[in-house]
Design a protein around this ligand. Structure first.
Ligand code: ZN
Length: 173
């Protein structure tokens, strides 16, 4: 959605710091299974700029699972995604974390968004989609909590897909 834009560069370490800051603020620093669905309501109650709604699947394009309006801070989540996230499906839980990542980095922290007028190739660390993906992974899988776990344990205990567990293992330096 945001491919026409770029943001200031942020490293995985910086984004991990932001994810951990949010974990701490929410009292979730030592929690393996982030209650991401419940968190939507908590954020809506505590942060004035944050709001979300569950919309009928046909309201968003096929390939879109959820989206964040970075001007209003409003997140729309497809009903099917929300229902599966409630059931603990890792991929859908991650989708919600991804949008919360957009909200925090673009709406709340105000990472500056620049229009990519020249259609330059944007390096990953300046791409808001990469940054949101990075945030979601770091937020859902606390690096400080997974020590010697294998990817099956991580997927189970953190409530993420095997793919995501593997990805976090490979990017935990
Ligand atoms: Zn996104």
């Amino acid at each position: 959605m945001l491919a026409d834009y770029y943001v200031e560069a942020k490293s995985r370490k910086e984004i991990r710091g932001l994810a951990n800051l949010l974990r701490n603020k929410l009292g979730l620093q030592d929690v393996l299974w982030i209650p991401i669905v419940e968190l939507l309501d908590i954020l809506a109650e505590t942060i004035e700029e944050f709001s979300y709604e569950v919309v009928p699947d046909n309201e968003l394009a096929n390939e879109i699972h959820a989206e964040t309006d970075i001007v209003t801070g409003h997140i729309k989540i497809k009903e099917s995604v929300y229902v599966r996230a409630c059931d603990g499906e890792g991929r859908d839980r991650m989708t919600i974390a991804h949008e919360i990542g957009h909200f925090f980095m673009l709406c709340l922290c105000g990472f500056k968004l620049h229009r990519n007028y020249e259609n330059n190739i944007i390096p990953a660390y300046k791409d808001p989609e990469w940054q949101a993906k990075c945030f979601a992974g770091e937020f859902m899988v606390g690096k400080h909590l997974i020590n010697d776990m294998d990817i099956f344990e991580i997927a189970n205990k953190c409530g993420v897909s095997l793919d995501a567990a593997g990805y976090q293992c490979a990017h935990n330096d």
